[in-house]
Ligand binder design. Structure first.
Ligand code: NAP
Length: 251
């Protein structure tokens, strides 16, 4: 069977897999939610926008004759990941998640764990601080409950509306970020607390390394729980899984 892959994307891992699939001549489509205004050019066909829940994804898999799904979404894109598990179970389409291990604290790290965004907001109660808030623009509204702080925001796109935080500065950049660069940024804004999702991987870890170097505490938002699923940690592992699941990769 010649494979026809659906890659659920929005991460550097998904882009790396798209490149690997293109290099191998494997038919594949990369799917984006459409949150970023200028997605990077990709070497395989791209579709953009939600599928319409589990039912919509089931219809898509069937109509497009998708043979395999790779969930390469961000570890915090829990809804999409749950939908992928449910839709693949319903259709019998094999699923693998391409995911990165979470960060673990190293000597010198001063992390306080919270289970979710709401937990981070609750922990921010108290006297004004200077907070680097690196959680993405989707979740800024809830931090308005702790409007006493200065927030340094890093966003992929310029904000498309007013940011509901009275005392903030937004830096627009999609990286790559470096420990030295983030250290300088934190010093410049006299940051005394970093709030981060436990994204894992290398792309976003510069701020964690910078916090350690500066002796700053980190409010670390732990990953959402997901249903059990097969996992791979590299594009090569995904291609290996594909080859061993009845797909004919010969082109
Ligand atoms: P989410 O809460 O899990 O997803 C909400 C809905 O958005 C899904 O139910 C689905 O809509 C749609 N969606 C999400 N990812 C999609 C994809 N790759 N292709 C098509 N539709 C998708 O996801 P999120 O946290 O908003 O993340 C959205 C995107 O940003 C994902 O692609 C993720 O990889 C990327 N991203 C997220 C984060 C983060 O911290 N959450 C960070 C970096 C990148 P339907 O139900 O209509 O299908």
């Amino acid at each position: 069977m010649r494979p026809n892959l659906l890659i659920l994307g929005g991460t550097t891992e998904a882009t790396a897999l798209a490149q690997a699939a293109a290099a191998e001549g494997i038919d594949a489509t990369l799917s984006f939610a459409g949150r970023v205004e200028r997605p990077k050019p990709q070497p395989i066909p791209v579709r953009i926008g939600g599928f319409g829940g589990v039912d919509g994804l089931v219809s898509f898999l069937t109509a497009q004759r998708i043979s395999h799904v790779v969930d390469a979404t961000h570890p915090f894109a829990a809804q999409m990941s749950r939908n992928a598990v449910a839709a693949c179970r319903a259709t019998g389409v094999p699923l693998v998640a391409l995911t990165r291990p979470p960060w673990t604290p190293q000597p010198g790290d001063d992390w306080q764990h919270v289970p979710d965004i709401a937990g981070a907001v609750a922990e921010l109660a108290g006297s004004p601080r200077r907070v680097m808030l690196a959680v993405g623009r989707m979740h800024l509204d809830v931090f308005a409950a702790q409007a006493q702080h200065f927030y340094l925001l890093r966003l992929v796109d310029p904000p498309d509306g007013p940011i509901p935080l009275p005392n903030h500065q937004a830096v627009v950049s999609r990286g790559p970020f470096t420990e030295a660069g983030d250290r300088a940024l934190m010093r410049e804004h006299r940051i005394d607390l970093v709030v981060s999702k436990n994204a894992g991987g290398t792309g976003a870890r510069a701020k964690i390394d910078a916090a350690r170097a500066l002796g700053l505490p980190v409010l670390m938002i732990d990953r959402p729980a997901l249903p059990a699923r097969r996992e791979a940690s590299t594009p090569a592992e995904v291609l290996d899984w594909l080859a061993h699941s009845g797909a004919n990769l010969g082109v």
